[in-house]
Design a protein around this ligand. Sequence first.
Ligand code: 3HC
Length: 282
Amino acid sequence: MKIAVIGAGVMGHGIAEVFAIYGNSIYLYDKYPEALKKGLNSILWSLQKLKEKGKIEDVDKIYSRIFPINDLQDIEDSELVIEAVPENFDLKSSIFKEVSGIVSKDTLIATNTSSLPISELAKNVVNPSRFLGLHFFNPPVLMKLVEVIKGNETDTSVFNEGIEIVKRIEKIPIPVRKDVIGFVVNRILFRVFTSACRLLNKYTVEEIDSLAKYVLEFPMGVFELLDYTGIDTNYLISNEVKKRGFDFTCNKLKELYEKGFYGTKVGKGFYDWSKGRPNITK
Ligand code: 3HC
């Protein structure tokens, strides 16, 4: 399949990598050359890791299926477009308007939005019946689940096609037929984040994360995960969902965002990542 991934950030580059591993040709677009370069370097790093572990054979062959582009017009012959730009409704809307003017009206257009209603975003595409949500989790190459979300106007055949696409890359599709804020996973996760944030007036970041890891048996602490998925990403999500009546305010998140402490990607967030993953003790 010929696939265009729009945005080479944390999610975009990972989504491009997964589809390339399964033999698809990928256009990886980012408006910012530095972001594109960083995304490509992360793909190479990840492919090498997978090779070391015997999960893939040929790094170069997979990597050669990814075509970096900085002109959106180049995606014209794509069969599927997956948008993975930051969580900002206006930004996503402008991308969909632009993409709709380039690709055929039969092209499937998907959004990797974490929280925004598919039916609202669909207002910006020419053919909303071929628009759906494909929501991956970070890091896309390791996480097994992908939410497939049906908007009000998504055709049932398109929704089913989305499920098949996810199965072809050996992920587990979670069919979401109710287009609600945060879908299934993030709707639950936002509550977990908000509750953990509220506890910060009584406990430290490390204490809460220790409980999350060793009592609740989460693979990562709650704040560790916020750093990992990105303070910027989570702050933008919290703003968008708040406008839609879902309050996921966390003062500490705002404070970190304003200081530019975006988490692992910059080496600082709730934790200092300059020396690697935080050592959360029991
Ligand atoms: N590609 C290839 N290898 C990778 C990788 C990647 N992208 N990321 C990590 N690895 C490797 C590590 O380098 C490490 O290799 P090593 O054994 O050679 O050192 C190996 O995987 C294991 O990693 P770690 O030792 O760091 O840690 P874990 O065993 O805990 O595994 C994890 C890492 C799979 C990320 C695990 O911690 C986990 O599942 N964390 C939770 C992630 C999660 O919940 N994601 C969803 C977030 S919500 C979201 O994305 C929604 C969005 O809308 C906000």
